[in-house]
Ligand binder design. Structure first.
Ligand SMILES: NC(=O)c1ccc[n+]([C@@H]2O[C@H](COP(=O)([O-])OP(=O)(O)OC[C@H]3O[C@@H](n4cnc5c(N)ncnc54)[C@H](O)[C@@H]3O)[C@@H](O)[C@H]2O)c1
Length: 337
């Protein structure tokens, strides 16, 4: 098992990564907690194998899908917490994908103005992204993740045994997000085994979050590949899942950096080696999308400042680049073929 520290001063915590890491749960829960509210979904593995020490355990099961990532679900959960008498010294444990950890994290942030939460992400995306860094929240009809809070967990457990039952498409989506980490630092993630690679992704995210918890600057590099990805998700009415769109977005970001003279052809090829060859992800633009529509959607991206803004690779690493000319963005789309 590998332990990754998340450096956040007095709110620092650790992430346990490895097969069987679920055995860490009782020790991760605060000593003060006498009751534990477990939030999960039907079909999530590990839940029945968790051990909580001498604590009363109350399980809450929420629905599947973004349509349940709502304030209504938060109300149901908090009313459940009231029924079982959960106090601020108790704890919430989230067991599931990113949707569960986002919802449970926000319920924990809100209940009695904040109760301890431990995340046990069971999807690859949850392990390397959603459960790390303290962003929690729910959707509104007006948009995704519009209501939420920064609320750091007291610990995270990434037990690789959970991934055995993860559906293939969810695994692919996780790999799309994982591919991103290959370009954020100089190290060779492909040389690592699964456990070490997941731990390294966690460590990269932890380091970025530690330096910029509230996304005022550096944290934006975690959106590498995401500008086109968001446009593709909207343009395909979510026919492409997020991680699938990120895989395409990473190649696009590399081509755009090449158009702008920031990286050379060999570095673009390295992107293809990771995304297409190592992870087997499709990077073709879906048929029938109008490039001008994609450009318009990218110009509306919520991270956009001064026209077209991208997170781009370059000689000093991946960074936010504002004021990218529309012609360059168009040329890079052309090069996607
Ligand atoms: N807070 C953040 O920083 C952050 C970052 C990225 C994504 N997110 C959020 O994460 C969510 C996406 O997370 P996700 O991709 O994990 O999707 P998800 O949580 O919706 O899970 C996808 C499906 O897989 C199932 N599942 C999860 N683990 C399983 C397992 N081990 N075996 C069998 N089935 C399993 C779930 O029940 C669900 O049906 C989105 O809501 C997104 O907004 C948050």
């Amino acid at each position: 098992m590998i332990t990754v520290p998340v450096p956040l001063g007095e709110r620092a915590y650790r992430v346990a990564v490895g097969r069987g890491a679920r055995a860490e749960l009782a020790a991760m829960l605060p000593a003060s907690a006498r009751r534990v509210a477990v939030i999960t979904q039907e079909g999530i593995p590990l839940v029945d194998e968790l051990r909580y020490g001498e604590r009363a355990v109350h399980r809450f099961t929420i629905g599947h899908g973004e349509q349940h990532k709502t304030l209504a679900t938060i109300e149901i959960l908090c009313r459940g917490f009231a029924t079982v008498g959960l106090t601020r010294s108790d704890a919430v444990v989230a067991v599931g994908g990113g949707m569960v950890t986002d919802v449970a994290g926000y319920a924990a942030a809100s209940w009695h103005r904040g109760v301890n939460v431990v995340h046990i992400p069971t999807s690859l995306l949850g392990m390397i992204d959603a459960a790390i860094g303290g962003k929690t929240g729910v959707n509104l009809p007006e948009g995704k993740n519009l209501v939420g809070a920064f609320w750091q967990p007291v610990g995270v457990i990434c037990d690789l045994d959970a991934l055995v039952t993860l559906p293939a498409r969810e695994m692919r989506c996780g790999r799309g997000e994982m591919a991103k980490y290959h370009f954020l630092t100089g190290d060779d993630l492909l040389a690592l085994d699964d456990e070490a690679r997941i731990a390294r992704c966690v460590a990269i995210k932890a380091e970025v979050v530690g330096a910029d918890e509230r996304e005022e600057g550096r944290r934006a590099i975690l959106n590498y590949g995401h500008t086109l990805a968001h446009a593709l998700e909207i343009g395909t009415q979510h026919g492409l899942a997020h991680g699938e769109a990120v895989a395409i977005g990473l190649i696009y970001a590399a081509l755009l950096a090449e158009v702008l003279g920031r990286i050379d052809a060999a570095r673009v090829q390295y992107h293809r080696e990771v995304v297409e060859e190592a992870y087997g992800l499709s990077t073709a633009l879906p048929d029938g999308l109008d490039p001008e529509h994609l450009l318009a959607l990218m110009a509306r991206d919520k991270k956009a400042r001064d026209g077209l803004t991208f997170v781009l690779d370059g000689s000093s690493g991946v960074e936010v680049v504002a004021g990218v000319p529309a012609e360059a963005a168009r040329e890079a789309l052309d090069r996607m073929g």
